[in-house]
Ligand binder design. Structure first.
Ligand code: C2E
Ligand code: MG
Ligand code: MG
Ligand code: MG
Length: 279
């Protein structure tokens, strides 16, 4: 399954030193057109509750529906989108589309699940983010508890500012998670005072939990610490049954990864998973 998800990828842009400014400019122009034409599609990756085995959420992950190169993964255009500020309109499109899709699923009678949306630093730092989010919830009719925003540890470095933004967002009734947890510099002390709901343990820790004793201990400690602080924990990048079992033993609340499913187009997710779930 892991191999499947890695197919259809193209090396269009890697932010390397030797990339010519001509290529960069070409990509930037293409990206601007893509923003105008909304050449985006979201894939959705299930998040599974370890106690019930049911899907309790999905993470929305953007792909660029390029007219020539077909589906381009985010690693090839998000860095440039961030550098150019185009990530702001792209991110707003993602937020709205994700909320709309979740509402559509709910309206067709499927069990209500959360939808998680990744935020970039520029979006997080933009004045009145909560107003943008509030407006999208209003326009789409999605109840706030079914939206989750994913931020990263680096966005919380300015503790005062991050605290204020997170308070405003939580005030809307949405959930907040810290993505790629463990790769940044979160101080446990600060975590405690942020209005957040969930930690997503980075896949680099999960990759060798079985073979690397110290990673296994780190993961166990993160879970225990998070629970102690009243936070939920989800492990990302879970690829094998062994990893899943270990995480279950450690009382990890949820898992996400190829072991269960790669990110899927909306239609495929619906036919594959929602049918078998009891409403
Ligand atoms: P992320 O938010 O940490 O998302 C998880 C990434 O891990 C996804 O890659 C997903 O396809 C991949 N993944 C899922 N399960 C497994 C697994 O079992 N093993 C492995 N090795 N990988 C797995 P994807 O879709 O290529 O996205 C990469 C990154 O791009 C995301 O990392 C996120 O940082 C960024 N991204 C994606 N969509 C958006 C978006 O709408 N806005 C922003 N700002 N960033 C986005
Ligand atoms: Mg994420
Ligand atoms: Mg990320
Ligand atoms: Mg992540």
């Amino acid at each position: 399954k892991a191999k499947e998800a890695g197919r259809n990828t193209y090396v269009l842009y890697a932010p390397s030193m030797d990339q010519s400014s001509h290529e960069r400019l070409a990509l930037e122009n293409a990206l601007r057109k893509a923003v105008e034409r909304e050449e985006w599609v979201l894939h959705y990756q299930p998040q599974i509750d370890m106690n019930t085995g049911q899907i309790v959420g999905v993470e929305a992950l953007i792909r660029w529906k390029h007219p020539v190169y077909k589906l381009i993964p985010p690693s090839e255009f998000i860095p440039l989108a961030e550098e150019t500020g185009l990530i702001v309109p792209i991110g707003e499109w993602v937020l709205k589309e994700a909320c709309l899709q979740n509402k559509r699923w709910q309206d067709s009678g499927f069990p209500k699940i959360r939808i998680a949306v990744n935020l970039s630093t520029a979006q997080f730092m933009k004045k009145n983010l909560y107003k943008t989010v509030e407006k999208v919830l209003e326009e789409t009719g999605l109840e706030p508890q079914y939206l989750e925003l994913e931020i990263t540890e680096t966005m919380t470095m300015d503790v005062e500012k991050a605290s204020a933004i997170l308070d405003e967002l939580s005030g809307l009734g949405i959930q907040i998670s810290i993505d790629d947890f463990g790769t940044g510099y979160s101080s446990l002390n600060y975590l405690k005072q942020f209005s957040i709901h969930r930690l997503k343990i980075d896949k680099s820790f999960i990759r060798d939990i079985i073979s690397d004793e110290s990673n296994a201990r780190i993961v166990g400690a993160i879970i225990a610490m998070a629970h102690h602080l009243g936070l939920h924990v989800i492990a990302e990048g879970v690829e094998t049954r062994e990893q899943m079992s270990f995480l279950k033993e450690q009382k990890c609340d949820e898992i996400q990864g190829y072991y269960y499913s790669p990110p899927l187009p909306a239609e495929e997710l619906k036919t594959k998973y929602f049918k078998s779930v009891t409403v």
